[in-house]
Design a protein around this ligand. Structure first.
Ligand SMILES: [Zn+2]
Length: 472
């Protein structure tokens, strides 16, 4: 080390070494490419947070809320000032949800589930997760994801609803469209392993400055992982949006060694607050919430006629539709296109609308994209199906998958069958291919079995018309 070459009194060398060691070994951070402004982070986060507050059981208990707020404020106070944009609006909201989860939206709003407190052995563990989440905010990972995605549907203002929807398990939208909701929302809230590691390391630094041992964060991650194992499969919410970069405990411990932990924080409120949680009404689960949200959502949904009424024959005239930079296609001119945050549908009269308290999508075609963590088309298709089948538990394969081409790219065709909301069964043809950035492009056709034959030619013609137009 350079200072050894100076002839300096021993005491001074030690003092210098300590501070220099600190400076050298601490991980430094650079902001990822981001086409949004910090002000846009704030607007996006504000809108998405309003959506979350509508959908989630927010804990109003003043004692709990102010305790959580004081933990958050403490972290913000010691966070690197170079990363603290003056426009940010930090907030820390407790949520009466059972899952061990917490999430932060761009620009500052953070939500912490009661389940996180129930699972934590010490205050430092909750604080660790909060410091990790705050780091995603400070490093602007949400809008960096949106920047990477180059997604035509991710126009500011539209994203907020998607995020809100994704946060509550994709409860909005038509039943089968849920896979796409899920996928798109997580463009913002599902971080890469690289971003995860950054959030862990910056989070560790913030924790140490706030008087907590960063190893508590590593311990919380271990708790989440072992909870996942003992609950018998199913990736917990936390892990699906914050993938384990590997060696977490190891690198957090290593970072901790380079850090000086400030005077230990007073953790005496932690146990009383845990008891205060216990006096609240029972925590809800995501599954319970999704069921409730789905029934509440149907009133506001767009519709094209009345499902169950006769479907007019498709026009022989076709019209173009386009999905931003991603694709163009042609659909019968008497069909209606419906754009949601995550997808575009083309629907004949009476093919989409409220039916028996649900939104039914009985006839038509839907195009969408979804982020995926694999480059294997069969695997990616399977993940899509897994997400969709959460709300369509009787969705089944109806034959062999086949390799086909969409717009001259290798693609996969997957025949499916599902109970039709009109009674009987419906046929679904799912078609998937990768875009150049690794995003999964899909479209599916849907019709009750009795109408499948008469729509076959139309579906074929729509499929043939698809042109993927993204720049490669
Ligand atoms: Zn994370």
């Amino acid at each position: 080390m350079a200072i050894k070459t100076f002839h300096t009194p021993a005491a001074l060398i030690i003092a210098l070494s300590l501070s220099v060691t600190g400076l050298v070994a601490q991980t430094a951070f650079k902001l990822a490419k981001n086409k949004y402004t910090p002000q846009q982070d704030v607007e996006l986060g504000r809108q998405a947070a309003a959506e979350v507050r509508k959908q989630y059981p927010i804990i109003e208990d003043k004692r709990i809320a102010s305790y959580l707020g004081s933990l958050g404020d403490r972290l913000v106070a010691v966070a690197p000032s170079s990363l603290k944009q003056s426009v940010y609006e930090y907030s820390f909201t407790p949520v009466n949800m059972k899952e061990i989860n917490a999430f932060a939206l761009p620009g500052g709003p953070m939500f912490v589930n009661r389940g996180m407190f129930d699972a934590a052995a010490a205050e430092g563990e909750v604080v660790g997760v909060m410091a990790h989440e705050l780091s995603h905010v400070l490093l602007r990972h949400g809008t960096a994801n949106a920047t990477k995605a180059e997604n035509p549907w991710l126009q500011l203002g539209q994203i907020a609803g998607v995020v809100g929807g994704a946060v509550v398990g994709g409860a909005a939208g038509s039943a089968i469209a849920q896979g796409s909701q899920f996928g798109l929302g997580t463009l913002l809230l599902r971080y890469s392993r690289d971003f995860e590691k950054q959030a862990d390391l910056l989070g560790s630094q913030i924790m140490a400055k706030a008087g907590y041992d960063p190893r508590a964060l590593a311990h919380m991650f271990e708790t989440i992982a072992s909870e996942a194992k003992s609950s018998g499969g199913g990736t917990p919410q936390w892990m699906s949006s914050h993938p384990d970069p590997g060696n977490r405990t190891q690198y957090i411990t290593q970072e901790a060694r380079s850090l000086t932990i400030a005077t230990a924080a007073d953790e005496s409120q932690f146990e009383p607050i845990k008891k205060a949680f216990a006096t609240l009404p029972a925590a809800k689960t995501e599954a319970e919430l999704a069921r409730g949200a789905k029934s509440a959502d149907t009133e506001a949904t767009q519709s094209v006629g009345t499902p169950g009424q006769p479907i007019p024959a498709p026009s022989s005239q076709y019209k173009g539709i386009s999905g931003g930079k991603v694709f163009q296609a042609s659909v019968p001119s008497n069909w209606t296109s419906l754009s949601s945050n995550s997808s575009i549908k083309a629907v004949p009269q009476n093919g989409y609308g409220p039916l028996n308290g649900q939104t039914a999508f009985t006839h038509g075609v839907e195009f969408g994209i979804t982020k995926t963590s694999t480059r294997d088309l069969r695997e990616a298709t399977k993940s899509w199906l897994t997400a969709v089948s959460q709300n369509n538990p009787e969705l089944r394969l109806a034959g062999d998958q086949q390799t086909i081409r969409i717009s001259q790219r290798s693609a996969l065709s997957t025949p499916l069958t599902n109970p039709s909301p009109l009674g009987g069964r419906e046929q679904i043809g799912l078609y998937t291919t990768f875009l150049s950035d690794g995003t999964l492009f899909y479209y599916f056709t849907i019709a009750p079995e009795k109408d499948a034959q008469s729509l076959q030619e139309t579906f074929q013609r729509i499929g043939d018309s698809i042109r993927l137009t993204e720049a490669r």
